[in-house]
Design a protein around this ligand. Structure first.
Ligand code: ADP
Length: 483
């Protein structure tokens, strides 16, 4: 059986009162009995000593004198001769009743004894006179026993009353003491159910106050911890989704060229005598699709390399925008030729002042610009112009450099712009794929630029063209003058 805290408190209270009452009762009883016996003993001794001379004087009429003394002292009186023979007694029973008290008195001391006689307990005190005569006084203890009994009854009554009062007080005290505990139990149960907004009082300055405050801090810590865990769970869920989508996208991108290569290769292997022109055509397709796979793998590698590399691994150098742009323009022209579909697009670098420098990783800037210019050529107007411009600007008290890559192509519809930098996002799937793109280029550019503490934006108008604006930190003036 499990007792509640309140019952335990009440039980201990009652037990305490019982033990205290028992000890008080026992001690009082013993003390009272001993005290009354002592008083009787003293009274008998004094009376004996006071009456012995008188008794010796009236020895010739022993029965008369003992009776008279008995009436005065209100006790049974016996008078003994020096040799111990009974001279006279106030009651006939006393004559044959001789105890050890007589010998003590005969030896000159005060003889005392207590014993039962005819169903009564008597206390005897014997004293000797100058002639050796012994006077013995005896009194029954029943009076003392009656007094003690009455006292006991009173004590029992008082103890019972005290017990009742103690139980009532104990009950009230247990209620008062257990109330905060009950409230705490309720609050803790609510917390366990996840109700962290349950009100928790500040508490008083006592131990319960300390407990309340501890509970409150526990609740807030628990709430924060669980919030963190939920957030972490959401984040993991999002990461899982991104990863799943990524794998699905990569597989999807690979499937078309791989199927195509398989198909053409099987045809070539199956037909032993293929005309050389068709053979060359098939091989050309296989080559193009293999190049597509190669480009995709290269982009994927670039992305994973970027992700693995922290932003601290990138160099921070003051580099001239114009020299990088020139290099990019040459590479793009080379791309066109190597693809065998050189577009007549002019790359204009006139808007880049010689002195404009950026503080960035040279390889990173070149890669980002190459991607942007490549796109501008790919999606720009046939016979159009791609302009790269650079300018120094001040944003938030810091000097920055904006590099703009603008084309005069078809432009991009506004609805596509917010998602343009997402991985595998393509505006016109057919056209993009025709150019061999998987929609990873701009995602790589954004990642690169942001790793160099920069930013990228896009502006576009359908039919007029598109502008990509890259902002990168400028070197501090001292660096600029030095260079
Ligand atoms: P891709 O490798 O397919 O070119 P990107 O990430 O470089 O992928 O570009 C994403 C999409 O943005 C492209 O599919 C293309 O439709 C569009 N795009 C990028 N640059 C331009 C541009 N200069 N003009 C028009 N559309 C562009």
């Amino acid at each position: 059986m499990t007792l509640s805290f309140r019952s335990k408190l009440l039980a201990s209270h009652v037990a305490l009162v019982l033990v205290a009452g028992g000890i008080a009762f026992f001690t009082l009883d013993r003390a009272l009995t001993a005290d009354l016996l002592h008083q009787l003993d003293q009274r008998l001794e004094e009376q004996g000593k006071g009456a012995i001379e008188w008794a010796e004087g009236g020895k010739r009429h022993p029965d008369r004198i003992t009776t008279r003394i008995a009436n005065i002292v209100d006790a049974e009186v016996t008078l003994f001769e020096k040799d111990g023979t009974v001279l006279g007694a106030s009651s006939p029973e006393a004559r044959g009743d001789v105890g050890p008290e007589l010998a003590v008195a005969q030896a000159g001391g005060v003889g005392k004894a207590t014993r039962w006689r005819s169903g009564r307990e008597l206390h005897y005190v014997a004293v000797a006179g100058s002639e050796g005569t012994v006077l013995r006084l005896a009194q029954p203890l029943s009076e003392i026993n009656e007094t003690v009994g009455a006292m006991r009854r009173r004590l029992v009554f008082a103890s019972t009353l005290a017990m009742l009062v103690a139980i009532v007080l104990g009950f009230l005290a247990a209620r008062v003491a257990s109330r905060p505990l009950q409230e705490m139990t309720t609050t803790a149960t609510r917390l366990a159910r996840g109700e962290f907004d349950a009100p928790i009082p500040e508490g008083d300055r006592d131990e319960f106050g300390v407990l309340w405050r501890a509970l409150k801090s526990l609740a807030s810590q628990l709430k924060a911890r669980i919030g963190d865990l939920v957030e972490e769970g959401d984040r993991l869920q999002r990461l899982m989704t991104i990863r799943r989508d990524f794998v699905a996208n990569v597989s999807h991108e690979l499937r078309t060229p791989v199927t195509s290569i398989q198909g053409y290769a099987e045809t070539l292997l199956g037909q032993e005598e293929t005309p050389p022109s068709i053979r060359a055509q098939f091989l050309e397709v296989i080559h193009r699709q293999a190049q597509r796979i190669g480009a995709l793998v290269e982009q994927l590698l670039a992305l994973s390399e970027l992700e693995a590399r922290g932003r601290d691994d990138l160099a921070r150098e003051a580099i001239g925008v114009l020299s990088i742009a020139r290099h990019v323009a040459e590479t793009v022209a080379g791309h066109g030729e190597s693809h065998g579909k050189s577009r007549t697009v002019t790359v204009n670098l006139e808007g880049i002042p010689e002195a404009v420098l950026v503080l960035a990783d040279p390889e990173g800037v070149e890669r980002a610009l190459l991607n942007l210019v490549d796109n501008a050529v790919k999606y720009g107007k046939e016979g159009g112009t791609v302009s790269i411009t650079a300018a120094v600007a001040t944003a938030g008290g810091k000097e920055t450099v904006t590099i703009t890559v603008a084309d005069d192509g078809d432009g991009i519809e506004a609805k596509h712009l917010p998602r343009l930098f997402e991985r595998f996002y393509r505006v016109d799937t057919g056209r993009s794929r025709q150019h061999g793109g998987a929609g990873l280029g701009l995602a790589i550019v954004k990642h690169l630029v942001e790793s160099m503490d920069g930013a990228i934006e896009v502006e576009s108008e359908v039919g007029k063209g598109t502008r990509f604006i890259v902002t990168l930190p400028a070197p501090r003036p001292s660096t600029m003058t030095k260079l």
